[in-house]
Structure formats: structure tokens, C-alpha cells
Design a protein around this ligand. Structure first.
Ligand code: NAP
Length: 246
């Protein structure tokens, strides 16, 4: 497990966007960031799930979050522009993005992979993070130090049979992160890195490994040290890295 002890106020006054914040790792990351003082912007496709996370953060007495219901599969340029305008008016800047929303797609041979599902997975896992990052760069540039965290996977570092579009999208995510990190190195206050969460107890993990006993898999809460480290001031010099949460 990545070892890091976050100070309680690590993310005080920071404004952090979390995609896929309604469930799984994103839900726990949003709550963890809020518990460390951040104002979190909860982006996801299912409003009820986002509202539940919102209520939990409020009930815990953490900074009031913001809600952004948005389906990253169908979102168009105008949706991203609207989001940016809203965030600019509301906050004036952004200090972090956790690109966490993800689609597993199907587990099958490349030979039989449904091209429609391929496009959907690429849209959510790769194209949406690209478009969101691009349009939010001006707001990130207004931060004293901004952190962009992409979510990768072990199948995005070494190709593995039957992981199809998912694995390929994660390879491309690593490439996107490296390209961006090299562009911002030394000339900006922005850093970009990847997290590989490792096997984590969520709906996606159960779908990929239906025969596995969920109790044997690491809980999302246990992988939070790396998420906090990359969002906070202790990782200011870290750029272009792909780190393992476990
Ligand atoms: P999860 O439980 O399936 O949660 C995924 C989240 O993404 C959900 O909140 C989901 O929203 C959201 N999402 C999916 N499609 C979306 C769309 N079109 N628009 C907006 N939001 C969308 O998955 P997870 O396990 O927490 O995975 C989080 C990230 O970690 C993913 O990038 C995944 O690839 C990566 N990862 C996970 C593991 C693991 O073992 N769990 C391992 C390696 C990498 P709904 O709840 O509304 O469906």
C-alpha cells in the first residue's frame, strides 16, 4: 500500500473536481477530499447517487460540495463550455481534477469486440478526460498549484487478453498524462499524474471478476493515501508519474 499520512487540513480551501463521484472509488475519494477540507465538485451521470454523496458530506460538516450531473458518454462541447462557465462564476479557479469515471465495457477478444461498445469506452475513459482537461486548463492555471490525476490500470501498462477497449483506453490515458505532464513541466503551476488503484472492491471489480469474494478485495477507503498525496502540497514536485495505490 502507498504510505502517506495526510494532515487533517491538507486540502483546506482547495477546489477539486471528481468525476464518477457517485459510486465506487470516486465516491470515497470525494468524501475523503472533503474530509480534508476541500470543496468538491461532484460530477457523475446518476443524480440520485451524487445527491447521496452530497448529503453525506454536508451531514459530516465538511465544506459544501457542488453537484454536476453530466453523462460523459454523450456530453458535447457545449456541455463542457457550460460547466466551465458555471465553475468560473462559482469558484473562479480549480485546484485539482480527479479523472475517475470509467466504463469497463465487455471482456472479449479483439476479434469479436463490439465497435459500438469500443467507442463508448473510449469516450468515457479517454476522450472525456481529454476534453475536460483541455477546457478547464485556464481555471487550473489560476490555482497556486493544480493537480490533475488520471486513473489508469495494470492493463494500461501491459496488454492483457480480453480487456479490449478498457485496457487500450488506459494505455492511452497514460499517454495523455505523459504528454500533458511534459508540456507543463517547469513552465506552469500544473502537474499531471496517473493512479493505478489496483484491485479495489467496487461494482466494476465485481463485474470484471464475478466469481471473486468481494471481502477478499481492498476497500476504496484503504487506497486513499495516494489520492490525498497527489492532490495535496506534498506532491508539488511530482509530475508525469504513474503510481500504484497498492
Ligand atoms: P465503478 O464502481 O463502476 O464506478 C465508476 C463511476 O464512474 C461511477 O460513479 C459511474 O457512475 C461513473 N461513470 C461511468 N460512466 C459514466 C459516464 N458516462 N458519465 C459519468 N460518469 C460515469 O468503478 P470503480 O471501480 O470505482 O472505478 C473507478 C476508476 O478506477 C475507473 O477509472 C476504473 O477504470 C479504475 N480502476 C478500478 C479498479 C478496481 O479494481 N475497482 C482497478 C483499476 C482501475 P454511475 O454510478 O452512475 O454508474
Amino acid at each position: 500500500m502507498f504510505e502517506y499520512q495526510a494532515p487533517e487540513d491538507l486540502l483546506k480551501d482547495r477546489i477539486i473536481l471528481v468525476t464518477g463521484a457517485g459510486a465506487g472509488i470516486g465516491r470515497v475519494a470525494a468524501k475523503t477530499f472533503a474530509a480534508h477540507g476541500a470543496t468538491v465538485i461532484l460530477l457523475g451521470r446518476t443524480l440520485e447517487k451524487l445527491e447521496q454523496v452530497y448529503d453525506e458530506i454536508e451531514a459530516a460538516g465538511h465544506p459544501q460540495p457542488a453537484l454536476v450531473p453530466l453523462n460523459l458518454e454523450s456530453a458535447q462541447e457545449h456541455d463542457f463550455i457550460e460547466l466551465t462557465n458555471t465553475l468560473e462564476q462559482e469558484f473562479g479557479r480549480i485546484d485539482g481534477i480527479l479523472h475517475n469515471a470509467g466504463l469497463l465495457g465487455v471482456r472479449t477478444h479483439i476479434q469479436t469486440y463490439d465497435p459500438v461498445i469500443w467507442q463508448q469506452v473510449m469516450q468515457v475513459n479517454l476522450n472525456a478526460p481529454f476534453m475536460l482537461t483541455q477546457i478547464l486548463m485556464p481555471l487550473l492555471e489560476r490555482s497556486e498549484n493544480a493537480s490533475i490525476v488520471f486513473t489508469s490500470s495494470s492493463v494500461g501498462r501491459k496488454g492483457r487478453a480480453y480487456w479490449g477497449a478498457y485496457g487500450v483506453s488506459k494505455f492511452a490515458t497514460e499517454g495523455l498524462m505523459q504528454t500533458l505532464a511534459d508540456e507543463v513541466e517547469n513552465i506552469s503551476n500544473i502537474r499531471a499524474n496517473c493512479i493505478n488503484p489496483g484491485a479495489t472492491r467496487t461494482q466494476m471489480r465485481s463485474s470484471a471478476y464475478p466469481a471473486e469474494n468481494p471481502a477478499s478485495v481492498t476497500a476504496p477507503e484503504d487506497i486513499m493515501p495516494l489520492y490525498l498525496y497527489l492532490m495535496g502540497r506534498d506532491s508539488l514536485e511530482v509530475n508525469g508519474q504513474s503510481l500504484d495505490a497498492q
